[in-house]
Ligand binder design. Structure first.
Ligand code: FAD
Length: 501
């Protein structure tokens, strides 16, 4: 086993959003940092690279967004209608989608630090823009909804590029093709990390470690073990490298496993999407989340969820999972010509897998689902649609009556040709189970005591998300706890240095 003499202040494991924020914050606070990335330079950036860059943060009102979006003029802001999204709204959303289970200490930290962390990221060179996917044009006013009006410029690619540029300007090295495999502890404190680099096992001495190397979503065996048999067949929407190494290492070093290990974030995804995230066709182009405007049927020709139960942000994670339980792990999202112009860009006919026909009868032939049942489903649905004012930017209450499951909002008849069917399956995004950390990103042991020198951030921290999560909170959690982990590690290094002299 090779050993290297230099002792770093901090090793950051991973090179996604959480890791990069940690490394920048630690360096800013005087630490000598090295970043380890399992993938190549071409495949760096983790799941963060594949995101839309949507980030959920609390803001007082529209004016609070002006410094975040300096490229927009006052006239631009005039044409925007944007509901306020206070810290209390964010916290309420966290608790709502996690059924009250999110650990209050972590949820509060996420929410309370969200706005200032966005400003901090901006200082590091990350640029933001309006998240138009979260708005509809009504009476020439851009109406935003759902508390997620901002995303990073250039999506996840732009986000990680800005953070990599910042790290380079700070002179922080990143070692690619370097897989962390074990934490070395001496006298119950972190003293090094064992890595596998180009087939060789080496020890890198370090005073502290930030683990920011993702969950276990790309590990089929672990998915089956913790999430259930059906998850073996899920498409991996992001990085192929998040196989749970960090979780194994942390638990071996004494960390307390924490949070929802039997659940994950998932998304309805194009049936033809690649098995793992494709770095050559990046961006979040395979997800299919405009279903609240349409219908979803399975191979039996039956609906199985309330497509309009809530805005997509609050249902897509759950509905992805439901798709895995359907025959052939497949479903079809249906839209008619009336709603097609309202669909998100991922439904673009050049990119997406889509079946199209001029009649419902012709469409069902192409889909290969149970014909008789499908035609019954559509006609029962059309009869059940109630009168009301249709408005996709609010929960309009225009629903169905007398069918199960109902469609609670945005119910329009499916009757205007041409008709479109998008075949979908389930793509896993990230896992919710992690290790326990406190609000300072210190990893806790089984007695709730911090493990000296060990910190964590991003997907690795358990306890924030249970069963579901409010969209845009993954990157925000990575940034808040990543920055905090870097600051805490720098403080720890300072403290142990003082003790030595
Ligand atoms: C397609 C897609 C779209 C998404 N869209 C959004 C969105 O718009 N908004 C949002 O908030 N969230 C979104 N998410 C979720 C979001 O990506 C994650 O919550 C977030 O990026 C996690 O950041 P992270 O830094 O913890 O992990 P990652 O970004 O996944 O980084 C983990 C890093 O660790 C590395 N690594 C793994 N194991 C090792 C090891 N043993 N040694 C060294 N390195 C290792 C990986 O290669 C990777 O670089 C999306 C996810 C996907 C897949």
């Amino acid at each position: 086993m090779g050993n290297q003499s230099k002792t770093f202040d901090l090793i950051v494991v991973g090179a996604g959003n959480a890791a990069l924020c940690s490394a920048i914050a630690a360096k800013e606070n005087g630490a000598d940092v090295l970043v380890l990335e399992r993938g190549s330079k071409q495949k760096r950036g983790g799941n963060s690279f594949f995101t839309d860059g949507a980030m959920r943060f609390a803001y007082q009102n529209k004016n609070a967004l002006k410094p975040i979006l300096p490229q927009l003029s006052s006239e631009d802001f005039e044409k925007i209608d944007m509901p306020e999204y206070q810290a209390s709204d964010y916290l309420q959303d966290m608790m709502k989608v996690t059924e009250g289970k999110s650990a209050p200490e972590l949820a509060e930290q996420l929410v309370e630090k969200s706005y200032e962390t966005i400003q901090w990221m901006q200082k590091q060179g990350v640029k933001f823009e309006l998240n138009e996917n979260q708005s509809f044009l009504k009476d020439r006013v851009q109406q935003f909804w759902g508390g997620l009006p901002v995303k990073t410029q250039g999506k996840g690619i732009g986000l990680v590029e800005a953070l990599f540029n910042k790290l380079a300007s700070l002179g922080v090295d990143i070692r690619y093709h370097t897989r962390a495999v074990q934490i070395e502890m001496t006298n119950n404190k972190v003293s090094g990390i064992i890595v596998e680099e180009q087939g060789e096992i080496k020890v890198i001495p370090t005073k502290s470690i930030v683990l920011a190397c993702g969950g276990f979503e790309a590990n089929k065996e672990k998915r089956i073990k913790y999430l259930g048999e059906e998850w073996g067949g899920a498409i991996v929407r992001g990085s192929e490298f998040n196989t749970g190494d960090g979780l194994d290492m942390a638990v071996e070093a004494g960390a307390q496993p924490y949070g929802d290990w039997s659940s994950c974030h998932a998304h309805t995804t194009d049936f033809q999407a690649p098995e793992v995230g494709d770095y050559k066709k990046p961006g979040d182009i395979y997800k299919k989340s405009s279903y609240p405007l349409g219908l979803i049927v399975n191979m039996r020709g039956e609906r199985f969820v309330d497509e309009g139960a809530d805005f997509r942000n609050y249902t897509y994670a759950k509905y992805g999972k439901e798709t895995l339980k359907q025959p052939e792990q497949k479903a079809f999202q249906l839209f008619d010509e009336r709603v097609r112009p309202l669909l998100r860009t991922e439904y673009n006919l050049e990119e997406a897998t889509c079946l199209q026909a001029d009649s419902i009868e012709a469409l069902v032939e192409k889909m290969g689902v149970d014909r008789k049942r499908f035609l019954e489903t559509i006609s029962q649905y059309n009869e059940a649609v109630q009168e009301g004012e249709y408005n996709p930017s609010v929960k309009d209450g225009k629903g169905t009556s007398g069918i199960v499951p109902p469609k609670s909002n945005w119910a329009l008849p499916f009757d205007r040709a041409p008709f479109y069917a998008y075949p979908v399956t389930c793509g896993i995004t990230f896992t919710f189970g992690g290790i326990q950390a406190n609000k300072n990103s210190e990893v806790l042991d089984k007695n709730q005591a911090p493990i000296p020198g060990l910190f964590a951030a991003g997907e690795m921290i358990g306890g924030l998300f249970y069963r579901n999560y409010p969209g845009g909170s993954g990157l925000m959690s990575g940034a808040v706890f990543g920055r905090t982990a870097g600051e805490s590690a720098a403080k720890y290094i300072h403290q142990i240095s003082e003790k030595m002299y």
